[in-house]
Write a protein that binds this ligand. Sequence first.
Ligand code: ADP
Length: 930
Amino acid sequence: MPTGIVGEFLDLKAETDADVLAMQCGDFYEFFADDAELVADELDLTVSQKSSHGSSYPMAGVPLSELTPYMKALVERGYRVAVADQYETDDGHAREITRVVTPGTLLETADDDARYLAAVVREGNDRGRSAGASATDGDAGGPYGLALADVTTGRFLVTEVETAGDLRAELYRFDPAEVLPGPRVRNDDELLGAVREDLSGSVSVFDAESFAPGRATHAVREQFGRETADSVGIDSELAMRAAGAVLGYVEETGAGVLASITRLTAYGDDDHVAVDATTQRNLELTETMRGESEGSLFETVDRTVTAAGGRLLREWLTRPRRDGAELTRRLDAVEALASAALARDRLRETLGDAYDLERLAARATSGSAGARELLSVRDSLALVPALADAVSGTALADSPVAAVLDRIDRERAATLHDELAAALAEDPPKAKTQGGLLREGYDDELDELIASHEEAAEWLDTLAEREKRQYGLSHVTVDRNKTDGYYIQVGKSVADQVPEHYREIKTLKNSKRFVTDELEEREREVLRLEEARGELEYELFEALRERVAADAELLQDVGRAVAEIDALASLATHAAGNDWTRPELTDERRLDVEAGRHPVVERTTDFVPNDLRLDGERGFLIVTGPNMSGKSTYMRQAALIQLLAQAGSFVPARSATVGLVDGIYTRVGALDELAQGRSTFMVEMQELSNILHSATEESLVILDEVGRGTATYDGISIAWAATEYLHNEVRARTLFATHYHELTTLADHLPRVANVHVAVDERDGEVTFLRTVRDGPTNRSYGVHVADLAGVPEPVVSRADTVLDRLREEKAIEAKGGGRDDGAAAGRDAADGDTRQVVFDLSSGSFAGEGRKASETRSDVETATNGARSTESEAVGAKQSEPEATEPSGLDPETEAVLAELADVDVAATAPVELLSRVQEWQERLDGNR
Ligand code: ADP
């Protein structure tokens, strides 16, 4: 075991569960051993070797004053950094860990995004009966208590959510920098794995005691005051426990940010539209499927000019509301702002000067705000009357925008502003202890001290000149340093001419240093004044900062108003510039859009608008059309219009009547699943399962292909059954794009199912995408044409055409060949309790025995596949709609394939060598088949 300094380091390191320890050694913070290697790697520091009692250890260090940026960089990379400071003792010095800075408690952050620390707890404790039970154990895991603190703005949110899916949705939305899993969550590997996958933040395990109910309640009351804690009404014990853990953690890290957590909000879910993590991702609300922010909905509509406005707009988009009154208020404001362009511009210009008041308030309360930050507070407060001016006398005066401003206590804001204006110097230094923070005239005592200090300093400054003149000395300077204090330095050549009362203190190579009694006295005087001035100034400054902290609530109100007006003006600006329209909100179950567009795609494309009607008569649309025709865009467009309306935004359409929904659910074949190498089909089914469990009659469901990840007949069966279930049981408004053209026949049997298709124009074998959605089904996939358009080499395209034709024929054979493969499906209409059975004939694409009652037909004919087939089941195309019956050839498929290839060879066009090798290959394949 190493001793000495490295030993001490390792001992301290053992005390903390932080990832890295920075230990003060004099004027440096040092990292030793593994930690040295780690920081050297991450931060490009140089590693040296420290010998300690015969061994040598890697060592890296940063000067005291530079710890913060290094620490920040480490924390932003997800490390938790412990800091051990050195302090004086009677016999030398000692060190102890004074704080641990973690991703969720880092106050100094450069970006504008909120930075949450989250705690999650589940009923029971680790030792309980079902410890380690997974979120997927039947009960979907919940309920969970969730608390989220943003130490940079002081926001503190607590809630209880029902299921693991809800929990993931919340975490995905807030994207916390750090998550503390509580009892029963910390050993749920599946849930933690999912959370890790969803989030960029880190997971920190924290003392289970802090999650205990009694302790948590106590911590919350301590933090927010009993009254606030009780009146906010955290009625869920789980939420309370999560809240307690967050506070406990923040306190334990000692990073000094506990004081900044001031705004407690308990929120329930009744008020919001459920938008699960998958849907947030599928709809690309804040980042695209590829993980880029560009091209996301937020990035597209974000015209905010302040950081807080951006945060709020993001929240509105990811947490749409169900509260019609609140949405109407936002829409009224957006409408007013959209039409009052001049007033809006002036307002936005004024807003642009606002600093991030939420964050400034947090810094004031945590005691870390400097004079420059207080100046920012002053300047932001100065905007309050300017904003009021920009509104009054304009069309905005009667709008909710004015009401937002009216919520600010303007008198209090003016008072605080004036106090700060009277106190702060215009251009204060960065450091808080250098002087120069406060304005002359602010405090008489300070002014006097400053005057005396400056006078004494002036005496010192001019001393050299006086000495030169008085004693005829050349080469005289007066200076100070740490060891000698103030001194008179005289060049060697004239050193013997100095007057009697000079006392020599040092001889240097070319000069000598002297002091005099008077100089020493003045020095003492200057130092005393300097110190007194610094102390007083700092004291006054601290008082000023406390004064600001005491008004933190006011700052947050102003900050909130600025953010809100900014977000509203942003929505209005985008709406006005892109010809968006105010949606009409209704409680009826409908979504009626005239000439709707996709809010993101329309920005970069010559977009073809489309209508959409979903209502009581047609609540379930089956969307068909060739690949790449625009099905997916059409459906996402519907979901985004719904979501925008419930964020309080205008929508990209000529007109839209939007019935409020309680949830938006999507299932879209996603790239990232493939990239992550998960079983795509399993994921697909989990997502479908979640939708079938969670969606209600008040929800909007978007299904972009279901069942594609499995064998065709399995796929059709699942898609079929899911359609029936959604139509009959869930009754959600649904858009379902499918390549199983067979499903389109469901429209004839389920009353609220209707078909729409994206039209294409096909002439002379060329396909033109019209991007127009029309009623009725389509029955072709045009996949090969898309391959052609995409530039797939001609031989492959023509070969694919041949194969497709053959497959179509084969399907006809299978279906007509009788025996085992008659297609069948049962349409069940639970609504009227009448069970009809219909037999679906895959070859003709039509139903046999339609409308027969179950009592009449009991034969459930099996759907079976004849070996693996292509998924091109929609291939029952126009050309082949009446395929001829062909006898089975009796040959096995491989032999058939070889024959087909043989028939296709263009002997004249193929090189002899290649012919040779292909013949050889065919022989081998035939051999292998015997
Ligand atoms: P699908 O889901 O049918 O395969 P997509 O919805 O992915 O097709 O659309 C394919 C392409 O067509 C996209 O790149 C999209 O930009 C474009 N597109 C879709 N709908 C429209 C439209 N209404 N107007 C213009 N371009 C569109």
